[in-house]
Design a binder for this molecule. Structure first.
Ligand code: NA7
Length: 528
């Protein structure tokens, strides 16, 4: 099988890439490991799974009729609705005929003489293409900590990122959840409401703000839809490519009085959503300013959790925001339930599994089900699992052994005609992913069109441009509190992973840079 473009992954990135490639008259094929489209929203079916960016923003903007006609039911859409949307897009644009499902790509090798990529799936099928686009997602490889004895555990084991398709019934069961990141924060209230007992195994207490989710206000929807393009344009100018309804206040938290700070934080807390850290301009830049927001949330936890000793153990101590902020519906309140117990792994380290449950701090917890809410091998995990080989047979894994190196988060030196959608070194996970995906797909599509028009066969990032870009991404992060805690942004959640800050802060400047690179005839790239 020979194509112009092979796309790996059938999530939102892969679907739109296919649509654009077809629009250019290219023969394109998507290989998707799952048995359906939707990527993140195909795999993450755990109770309470929901997007933390508002529905009217977490959706495609490339087609005016699509965005006018689709109706979201809630302010923050839940997983089943987002998956229905992905399926709707696949049908509406007739994409399915070029999507091969149940096809996990195992290898992709660049042939220097033929100047094309050969892609092999795990079941041995092969296909070639001039261009290879990795739409493999940033949070698509579950992180499964090695837990001694797990193979002998007799109960059910789940991971939030690879949840069964049929509803899991926790009624009457004793359940253990490991982790307190977003997936745990979303699922814990629902599991607690159903299970007989819930034991939450917490390694790092988390900051969470209320979503204040509810039915989508139809008057608000009508206002947005009356000028959707304008709304999108305003959001694209936000640092995280969303939230133009409540932009960041650029003044300093330290220059404000305690009463002013309290008012500003409280207003954003009430608004709901990920707006809290936009209350002042220096919250992610300055440790002391950051502490004012952190203490505001700690006070909320103290006010919510009735048992002061328990509240104390739920108080996060790291800088707020340097691990991704969580959005919840009743997370801290859940710890007031009689059937919920917090196990603080700092006092009682997790020793492993027994045939009956988990053992921590010398105590056995009898459990009918264990839920790993332990996150993902983020940003590089999916790429590292594929045997990608560029010039001279060099493996991407080897090129990235010390951490990912990329030019613009779009291309890697030594790997011609390979593009990474929302790759490390681009704003990706720090933004509304749909906006970043569309920006990358548009850039890649335009690039391929230009190469074809000018008769070029390859494009490849120059090592010096890549080095400068990696230095730039690091320099931007160093000015903030982001590198100061053990987050998945840094790869710190996966033992042995190099500690490198992977995403780039600041969408508008990044998008402008990408445009300038293209306008300057693909500056920093070699074309041949
Ligand atoms: P996260 O945010 O990576 O959270 C994973 C949680 O699991 C976090 O609390 C971790 O603690 C904990 N964890 C990970 N490994 C272990 C081990 N070995 N032992 C105990 N606890 C562990 O993943 P999510 O799925 O919740 O969210 C990912 C993103 O999806 C989220 O940011 C949104 O963008 C959507 P730690 O903090 O590392 O101490």
């Amino acid at each position: 099988m020979k194509f112009d473009v092979i796309v790996v992954g059938g999530g939102f990135a892969g679907l739109y890439m296919l649509h654009r490639a077809r629009g250019l008259g290219l023969a394109a094929r998507v290989f998707e490991a799952g048995s359906g489209v939707g990527g993140t929203w195909y795999w993450n079916r755990y109770p309470g799974a929901r997007c933390d960016v508002e529905s009217l923003e977490y959706s495609y903007q490339f087609d005016e009729r699509l965005q006018q006609e689709w109706r979201w039911s809630e302010r923050f859409a839940a997983q089943p609705e987002i998956l229905r949307y992905a399926d709707h897009v696949a049908d509406r644009f007739g994409l399915r005929s070029d999507i091969q499902l149940n096809a996990r790509v195992a290898a992709a090798h660049f042939d220097e003489s033929a100047r094309c990529w050969t892609v092999r799936s795990a079941d041995g099928q092969a296909a070639t293409a001039r261009y290879l686009v990795m739409a493999t997602g940033c949070l698509s490889v579950p992180n499964r900590p090695a837990l001694p004895g797990l193979e002998r555990y007799a109960g059910a084991v789940y991971h939030t990122g690879a949840w069964p398709h049929d509803k899991v019934d926790f009624r009457g069961l004793r359940v253990g959840v490991i982790g307190t990141g977003s997936s745990a924060v979303q699922s814990i209230p629902l599991i607690a409401a159903e299970a007989k007992e819930l034991h939450v195994f917490q390694r790092t207490a988390t900051y969470s703000v209320p979503a204040h989710n509810g039915p989508l206000d139809s008057a608000y929807e009508a206002r947005v839809k009356a000028d959707y393009a304008g709304f999108r344009a305003r959001n694209s100018q936000m640092p995280n490519a969303f939230g133009s309804n409540l932009p960041r206040n650029e003044s300093s938290a330290l220059a404000a009085t305690p009463a002013e700070r309290q008012r500003a934080f409280e207003a954003r807390w009430r608004h709901g959503g990920l707006f809290l850290l936009g209350a002042f301009g220096d919250l992610i830049l300055d440790a002391q300013a950051n502490e004012t927001a952190a203490e505001f949330v700690r006070d909320k936890i103290r006010a919510t959790v009735r048992d002061p000793a328990l509240a104390e153990r739920l108080l996060p101590r790291q800088r707020i925001g340097c691990k991704r902020l969580c959005l919840d519906s009743g997370y801290y309140e859940t710890f007031n339930r009689d059937n919920v117990e917090l196990v603080d792994l700092n006092d009682a380290p997790l020793e492993g599994a027994t045939p009956q449950g988990l053992r921590a701090g010398g105590r056995d917890y009898a459990l009918d089900a264990i839920v790993f809410a332990t996150g993902f091998d983020a940003m590089t995990g999916a790429l590292a699992r594929i045997d990608i080989r560029g010039r001279g047979g060099r493996a991407l894994r080897e090129a990235w052994a010390g951490g990912p190196r990329s030019y613009l988060g779009l291309a890697v030196a030594g790997f011609p005609n390979l593009f990474t959608i929302t790759g490390p070194g681009s704003p990706s996970v720090l933004t509304n992913m749909l906006v970043s995906i569309e920006q990358h797909v548009n850039w890649i599509a335009e690039c391929i069109a230009q190469l074809n028009a000018r008769g070029h066969a390859t494009i490849e990032a120059l090592p010096q441009a890549q080095d400068a870009w990696v230095a730039h991404v690091n320099a931007v992060a160093e000015r903030t509190v982001y590198p100061l805690c053990n987050s998945w942004y840094l790869g710190a959640n996966v033992p042995g992973k190099p500690r490198v800050f992977m995403p780039l802060l600041g969408f508008p400047a990044y998008a402008k840079k990408c445009e300038e690179v293209a306008t300057a005839g693909y500056e920093g790239f070699a074309l041949a």
